[in-house]
Write a protein that binds this ligand. Structure first.
Ligand SMILES: [Zn+2]
Length: 944
């Protein structure tokens, strides 16, 4: 086994594992059932309703509630196709204790943000309602249970309201239309092999949605929303005894209908003959192939043998996935990306499949590679080196979740219990799972994994081979015919396969560390808990150790620079320089080899050009900080030149860009950019194939080195679970040693400005009856922290109005809204973008309604209640953010970039409180300038 000098924590872990496997721990008996973990109480009421209760401290003062209904679109009768989903919408439209509008408004008033389908979803076999409740006030919890109870058996389902919801759901159906949906219509009946699943897509049937009778919705509710098909999940800030009491008082009275319709699981017939399918669409973004093998039953995870099997499958998947990824790292790869695994299709079925995104060679080499790589694994298995790597990564993964066990968010536990109810996934808890993994993984032998591969990878079975793609394929790879797909699959299966040769790899990222610099000064900020170091090369480091997570370290640096440092003739190429360099790896290692050398470690580092900044980022687990700094050091001090990988990168990008402009959304985006900025080279646009064929390997490396070969002016900010004294020597070694030759360090204003005046444009693209209304408001601004809050509050209030009026009252849209920012570099200005998808016949109404809301905000300001909703939500978000490393990192970064006092983080709540309705009214007048905006509307292409 390879050993690296940076593997200290892992080798300690490996030692512990050996001991455990040697019998120091109580041995797991494979026939024993997996217990339910001690962290959760699972119970059932006499009426059959299941409940899960867990007290959890993160986020603070928050209770996550879920109503999980084991009923979805698969249970719809013919006249109900689409109504399981429409019923889910109706849950927010009136019930015993909440009149129409009241529920959403109440939830907003306690800080719960309401989005398109943000608070519920409907699938084939389930409908899930989500309710995060802030527990500051005890009555919130009581009311939360009332909401849940109403959803379970108290919906009003008023005929007129149901009729009104039709329009919104039809808008939602419209938003899903396009190439993907058209292709799915052909694919799904074949994929589900004639099963009911193919005709029960949750979005439903448009004719049914237009013509159904309200009684059909009411019937679905009566038949399927019943206690024996429901679970209530409660995780967060609540005493379990109180939770149990609330469950009993709110849900004991629910009764199952008598007689009950049987809750059947729709069968998926096994495929009996091999079939090939070619599906093309003129708006398809790229080409792919999919090989799907017959369905097999999926079992609940009951015993430790099941658990061990799950670990085996996961190791197998990781190793096969790595092999497929390795195939992409050559000048002419067989595909751009690929995957192959056993995956769950429905609660009762799983299926083995292999799929690939096609590169310039088209389907033939991809099919050959997919089939042969599977066959190679089936016949010869894997190597012990591959298995060791996969085990290390797996155990490190378990270790990281285990070490965060006290700091995990309630929502992640909720997801587990939901899966337990719906799919029978085991819930022993992470302490137990970590123990199982440590005991079971070391004992999984290569022979066993190879037996598993041989038994799992299908051979000689009936399969479905599918080509999905554009109707304009490249010249080298015309659209295949079904017979060709079958012939290629057969030929690949017959080809002679050799065992794989494992290439020797470097043992470590760096042979030896660079010669260290030193720390020349150190200051501390007690209020913020930060330490600032100045290093011997002039580079600065701000350290903020936290206990927000146990195993997370984040790092960033951003200094003036970026794309505008390059001339207008070079900027197009410079835009891709980082991606080109990253595609070739670091030091002597390709990107895949880096992953392998770092097996069992969590460490990443990347660099990136902003428009006006040079950005560096990195992340690591607490034991992998040195590896992270090495990665960073290597990225900044050297580049790896690999013409084969460069060619692979170019091929991939050209192929990816080839059909971009066949997509209406890309055409639309490009039209907006052009309307705002003309043909300025300084704005990024949808990529075109020529962008990449014009690139040059050495020129790309040159652009990269021009900025990143010097660390001058960089201030690194590091936040997370580390000890300041312990990281100092590492910082002296890897950051104080970075070269810092002179380079220009001020942002360059290249004169990029949006168009002035009112511009209106129409664009025609796409064959579906879909439109999008885009409005862009831009102009000068005067930045302050207070002004920025007023600006953002204006946008949030506007979004509440858009949802209330354009969606709920007028049914003009399903989703959409405004967003924007105030920028300070290279000059102070703001921009606001509105994006409102709708039908072509509703465009004028959407425009009228939107401008009416703008006018109303300017004249009257917001309703005080709406502003209060925004503030409550912000306070919720802020409370959570203050305990997150990523938030601190971004705030400290912003303080460095703009040279402001980072202590402002500590007083945000006061500034939120200070925003008034009158502030918003005045902000509306400042920012919605009707003499200066760009309006672009997308319409379907004109039929000739
Ligand atoms: Zn919906």
């Amino acid at each position: 086994m390879r050993k690296t000098s940076f593997a200290r924590p892992l080798s300690t872990l490996a030692l512990a594992l050996t001991l455990a496997a040697g019998g120091a721990q109580a041995a797991i008996k494979l026939s024993d059932p997996i217990p339910v973990g001690p962290q959760v109480t699972v119970g059932k009421l006499p009426n059959g309703l299941t409940y899960y209760i867990q007290k959890n401290a993160r986020p603070e003062k928050k209770l996550e509630l879920r109503l999980v209904v084991k009923a979805g679109s698969i249970l719809e009768d013919e006249d109900q196709r689409g109504l399981a989903h429409l019923l889910e919408h109706m849950a927010f439209n009136g019930s015993t204790h909440f009149k129409k509008w009241e529920l959403i408004s109440y939830l907003q008033s306690i800080g719960v943000k309401f989005g398109a389908d943000l608070n519920a979803y409907t699938s084939f076999d389930e409908t899930v309602y989500m309710l995060p409740i802030p527990t500051d006030r005890p009555e919130n919890v009581d009311k939360g249970f009332l909401v849940l109870e109403d959803w379970a058996h108290g919906l009003t389902l008023d005929d007129a309201d149901i009729d009104k919801e039709r329009g919104i759901v039809l808008e939602e159906a419209r938003s899903g239309k396009g190439a993907g949906e058209r292709m799915n219509k052909q694919l799904l009946p074949k994929m589900y092999n004639g099963s009911r699943y193919a005709s029960r897509l949750p979005i439903g049937d448009e004719t049914v949605l237009k013509t159904f009778k309200p009684s059909a919705v009411q019937r679905f509710y009566k038949d399927w929303y019943r206690p024996d098909l429901m679970a209530v999940v409660m995780v967060g800030d609540i005493e379990p005894a109180r939770a149990e009491q609330l469950i009993k008082s709110h849900f004991s009275a629910l009764a199952n209908p008598a007689p009950s319709r049987p809750r059947a699981y729709a069968p998926i017939p096994a495929r009996s003959a091999t079939e090939a399918l070619v599906i093309t669409d003129k708006e398809a973004s790229g080409n792919s192939v999919l090989i799907r093998y017959p369905v097999r039953p999926a079992h609940d995870h009951v015993s430790f043998a099941d658990y061990r099997n799950k670990l085996l499958d996961s190791l197998f998947g990781a190793m096969l996935g790595q092999r497929l990824q390795d195939l992409t790292q050559q000048a002419k790869p067989p595909f751009i990306g690929a995957g192959s695994a056993l995956s769950r299709m429905t609660p009762r079925y799983q299926s083995y499949s292999a799929g690939a995104t096609l590169g310039q060679g088209g389907a033939a080499p991809a099919i050959a590679a997919l089939v042969q790589e599977n066959e190679r694994a089936r016949k010869f298995g894997f190597s012990s080196v591959e298995l060791e790597r996969a085990k290390k990564d797996m155990l490190r993964g378990y270790e990281r979740i285990y070490s965060e066990r006290e700091k995990s968010n309630s929502s992640s536990f909720v997801a587990e219990y939901t899966r337990n109810f719906l799919e029978g996934e085991e819930i022993p808890g992470i302490e137990n799972e970590y123990h199982y993994a440590r005991e079971l993984v070391p004992g999984i032998s290569l022979a066993e994994v190879n037996r598993y591969a041989a038994a799992t990878i299908p051979v000689d079975t009936a399969k479905l081979v599918v080509y999905l793609g554009s109707d304009k394929p490249n010249d080298a790879a015309p659209t295949p015919k079904p017979a060709e797909l079958l012939a290629w699959t057969d030929a690949a299966a017959r080809a002679k396969i050799a065992p794989r040769q494992e290439a020797a790899l470097a043992a470590r990222l760096m042979e030896q560390p660079p010669s260290a610099g030193s720390i020349v000064s150190e200051t501390m900020d007690k209020a913020l808990g930060t330490t600032t170091l100045t290093l011997s090369n002039g580079v600065k480091v701000i350290l903020k150790p936290t206990d927000f997570a146990n195993d997370q370290v984040l790092l960033s640096s951003s200094r003036p620079g970026g794309l505008t440092q390059f001339g207008k003739d070079d900027v197009a190429a410079a835009r891709y320089a980082n991606a080109v360099v990253a595609s070739m790896g670091v030091a002597g290692l390709s990107p895949n080899d880096v992953q392998k050398v770092l097996a069992g470690k969590a460490a990443h580092a990347w660099v990136d050009f902003g428009q006006y900044s040079d950005n560096v980022g990195a992340s690591a687990g607490k034991d992998d900080i040195e590896t992270m700094l090495q990665m960073l050091y290597l990225r900044l001090t050297g580049t790896r030149r690999d013409p084969a990988l460069y060619q692979s990168f170019i091929g991939k990008e050209v192929e990816g860009a080839r059909n971009v402009m066949a997509q209406p959304q890309a055409v639309f985006g490009d039209a907006i950019t052009t309307a705002l900025y003309g043909d300025s080279p300084w704005v990024s646009r949808a990529p075109h194939p020529e962008d990449f064929t014009k690139l040059d390997l050495d020129r790309s490396i040159g652009f990269y080195r021009q900025r990143f070969a010097s660390a001058r002016g960089m201030t690194f900010i590091m936040v997370g679970s580390f000890d300041v004294a312990a990281v100092k020597p590492l910082l002296a070694t890897y950051l104080a040693s970075l070269p810092t030759p002179e380079l220009p360090l001020s942002a360059i204003d290249v004169g990029l400005r949006p168009v002035k005046g009112v511009v209106r444009k129409a664009v025609y693209s796409g064959s579906e009856p879909k439109s999008v209304v885009a409005l862009s408001f831009t102009g000068p601004a005067t930045y302050s922290k207070e002004e920025n809050l007023r600006f953002q509050a204006l946008l949030e209030v506007m979004n509440i109005r858009i949802t209330d009026v354009l969606r709920e009252q007028l049914a003009l849209i399903y989703s959409g809204g405004v967003s924007g920012s105030i920028s300070r570099i290279p000059y102070e200005h703001y921009s606001i973008g509105a994006n409102l998808p709708t039908g072509p016949e509703k465009v004028d109404q959407v425009l009228v309604a939107t401008f009416k809301e703008i006018a109303s905000l300017k004249e009257h300001g917001p309703a005080p209640a709406d502003l209060e909703k925004v503030k409550q939500n912000w306070l919720q978000v802020q409370r959570r953010a203050m305990r997150e490393n990523s938030y601190w990192l971004s705030q400290l970064q912003s303080a460095v970039t703009y040279n402001t006092d980072p202590a402002a983080i500590l007083t945000l709540e006061q500034r939120i409180g200070a925003v008034t309705a009158d502030d918003i009214k005045q902000a509306a007048a400042r920012y919605f300038n009707l003499d200066n905006y760009v309006q672009v509307v997308l319409y379907p292409e004109k039929r000739s």
